[in-house]
Design a protein around this ligand. Structure first.
Ligand SMILES: [Zn+2]
Length: 437
């Protein structure tokens, strides 16, 4: 198998050069799928497409989309290599449905490391940094492994702390004084608060960068979200949002301009599609559909992530000409309907993050009737001066919907939201009869 080729300058090339290069890589990708993937060969045949049916980027829309359900049901039909070429198993998070094993070759891991190298490089992390990874590398998680591979390519010193124990994280932060931390925002918030309780000011610890995974820390206009603001105030470092999933095996990470996550043009092609599967007008939100390029083990074509976001195409002040993905608005399947308004749970979470008395929360949704959901917010507060009505009104002022609010003590709420084996708290419980998938 050919070794992986790196192209560090492509993000800085002109949009025309980027698009020409992506066209070539995509043609190669489609030929590879046709020759090695049983799943796609069948799909192409059904659609009347051959191995050389692709010529230009705008013809990608002729090719079939791939759903999470298909990947789960026909997993082995996606495998393009023999058993002897597989070196690692990465399990998808299983947030929706059961986890799927994505099998990686050596070249796929090189690609994964290169992807994170590009991402960390855009945040300004370099070989002088000590970086604490507060994400799991075990249990077949891809994220922790990817960060590790990327950081050793950069030459930074890595502190592999994992995400399972706050006392372990506290000890490692105090002992080894990292200059950057990679982790889920709510976990970094809990860690910072724990340090404060121990009499240590996190803002004085010298952590200059926080790379935030799994939860958005910015609004659509790129200003910090209430959660992001809390984190930045607490740690005193710069926040960098990053978005990825196991299936896409590619990261969209912010640069120092903090205006969305840069797409790595030689690693992924991204479309933003509407409910009919057609491209939205530039600047509009739609489903993020990805074609990760140059994957050998289990490559995908036009994979529907279920996440809704906006793509920004103007060149960035950092000098990169690759498009940028805005903060994820939410999952398509989680869209809430109430009194003729539709909103994503994240909007309600942002409103709750603005209330300093609210320490933890979750949201439950049930079917009321066809066009409206019943939304119940359970908030963990210690301060009993705050009433459910005050919380509901605060949510209404931000979202124009007024859900039912129940107050409990923060520990009771955490007992429900902190789930063993999950990377981040589970704060959304969907009991609707037929949530759209
Ligand atoms: Zn930039």
């Amino acid at each position: 198998m050919n070794s992986f080729k790196f192209n560090y300058d492509l993000e800085f090339a002109s949009p025309e050069v980027i698009s020409e290069h992506q066209s070539e890589l995509l043609a190669e990708h489609i030929r590879y799928l046709h020759d090695h993937s049983y799943f796609y060969r069948q799909k192409f045949r059904q659609a009347g497409l051959g191995r050389d049916s692709f010529f230009r980027l705008d013809e990608l829309g002729h090719f079939p989309l791939t759903s999470k359900a298909e990947l789960g049901e026909y997993t082995n039909d996606f495998l393009c290599v023999s058993q002897s070429e597989i070196v690692d198993f990465c399990l998808t998070s299983g947030t929706t449905g059961r986890p799927v094993a994505l099998m990686q070759t050596r070249s796929d891991l090189e690609r994964l490391g290169y992807n994170e190298e590009l991402s960390f490089d855009s945040t300004g992390i370099n070989s002088n940094d000590r970086v604490l990874i507060a994400a799991a590398i075990d249990r077949c998680f891809m994220a922790g492994l990817a960060y590790f591979l990327g950081l050793i390519r950069i030459g930074a010193a890595v502190i592999r702390a994992g995400s399972s124990s706050l006392p372990v994280l506290q000890d490692l932060v105090q002992t080894y004084e990292p200059t950057a931390v990679v982790g889920v925002p709510t976990l970094m918030l809990d860690l910072g608060r724990r340090l404060e309780k121990a009499g240590v000011n996190p803002a004085r610890m010298g952590v200059r960068r926080l790379v935030c995974i799994g939860e958005p820390v910015r609004e659509q206009n790129f200003s910090l979200s209430p959660l992001g603001q809390k984190l930045e105030d607490l740690w005193g470092g710069h926040l960098f949002g990053t978005y990825a999933s196991t299936e896409m095996a590619t990261t969209f990470c912010e640069c120092g301009e903090h205006r969305g996550g840069h797409l790595h043009p030689d690693l992924i092609i991204t479309e933003i599609l509407d409910d009919q599967g057609l491209p939205v007008k530039p600047g509009n939100p739609g489903e993020v559909v990805v074609t990760p390029l140059r994957i050998k083990g289990m490559p995908l074509l036009r994979f529907r992530t279920g996440d809704i976001a906006i793509m920004h195409y103007e060149p960035c002040l950092c000098g990169r000409n690759s498009p940028r993905l805005g903060p994820v608005l939410g999952r398509k399947s989680q869209l809430l309907k109430m009194k003729g308004t539709t909103i994503f749970p994240n909007t309600i979470f942002s409103a709750l993050d603005e209330l300093p008395q609210v320490e933890s929360y979750y949201l439950e949704v049930r079917s009321r009737f066809a066009l409206s959901d019943e939304i119940r917010v359970v908030a963990g507060v210690r301060d009993r001066d705050l009433s459910p009505l005050m919380v509901a009104e605060s949510i209404a002022s931000r979202t124009r919907i007024k859900p039912e609010v129940v107050l409990k003590d923060p520990e009771t709420v955490r007992n429900k939201t902190v789930v063993q084996g999950r990377r981040k708290p589970v704060v959304f419980f969907d009991y609707r009869v037929n949530p759209d998938e």
